[in-house]
Write a protein that binds this ligand. Structure first.
Ligand code: MLT
Length: 264
């Protein structure tokens, strides 16, 4: 845990040595989403995961926007003395990663966009997010977790690894209310990042679970086509949280990418 000069407290973990890799979790997760990656990559890497504002050990804060998530990440890099990092974001963490690229491109060594999309919310999605905020306030985050669980993991995980689905449900149900409500605001207000994709000139890996129904393979393919020189990896037998559902495959793909960076 670290407290910034402005008094904002932020939870993070930092393991290993090598190329700095910063992990940003999705909604409504916390940094433990990356526990199978931290210190576990075959590539020499300094792996850092952080709680986005309002989640895990990080204090809630205003504004709650994807830009604020990105700025918090850069403040953490400053505090840790890291000039440039490979930024890995899953789903909502991917929205924050694209914001980080827009706002602080000089801090980005490479990008890894996992199970995410570039587009902004549709009107229907915004309406559903407002309903989710009302549900969270009325019934708590367990009700939110109940609603999200089916889309969060793929059918293979649901069938073959129900304990993993239960663990994810627990993580989501324990998410702090302010973090959840704030993240829904952040996602509703986020801009369309499609025009940003054409500006990306650092090595980029796009990863998606083959069974992801929330940010399906076609979203990943569209980002792949729009980001020059990017690489796309589709992970079989995984849904939306591909790093959790297929950690060995995910870590292999990520390690290969990191090794290709250090070889450059
Ligand atoms: C996530 O996993 O972060 C969410 O699926 C993102 C979203 O709701 O758009």
């Amino acid at each position: 845990m670290i407290t910034f000069a402005n008094g904002h407290a932020l939870g993070y973990d930092d393991a290993g040595t090598g190329i700095p890799v910063l992990f940003l979790h999705g909604f409504p997760h916390n940094r433990s989403l990356w526990s199978a990656q931290l210190g576990a990559l075959a590539a020499p890497a300094r792996t850092i995961s952080m709680d986005l504002r309002g989640f895990g050990e990080s204090a809630p804060g205003t504004p709650c926007t994807v830009d604020a998530y990105a700025d918090d990440a850069v403040t953490l890099l400053d505090q840790l003395g890291i000039e440039r990092a490979v930024v890995v974001g899953l789903s909502m963490g991917g929205y924050a990663t694209l914001a980080l690229w827009r706002r602080h491109p000089s801090r980005v060594r490479a990008l890894v966009l996992c199970d995410t999309r570039a587009g902004a919310d549709s009107d229907a999605t915004r309406a559903a997010r407002r309903e989710m905020q009302a549900l969270a306030k009325a019934e708590g985050c367990t009700a939110v977790a109940n609603q999200l669980l089916d889309g969060m993991v793929g059918r293979t995980t649901r069938l073959k690894n129900p304990e993993l689905a239960d663990a994810l449900h627990r993580m989501m149900a324990l998410a702090p209310l302010l973090g959840v409500v704030g993240a829904l605001d952040a996602m509703m207000a986020r801009p369309d990042s499609t025009p940003t994709l054409g500006t990306i000139d650092v090595p980029t890996l796009i990863v998606v679970g083959e069974e992801d129904v929330l940010t399906p393979v076609k979203e990943a393919r569209a980002m792949h086509l729009a980001i020059a020189g990017s690489r796309l990896e589709v992970i079989a037998g995984a849904g939306h949280v591909s790093n959790v559902e297929r950690p060995a495959t995910f870590n292999h793909v990520l390690s290969e990418f990191l090794i290709s960076l250090t070889a450059q």
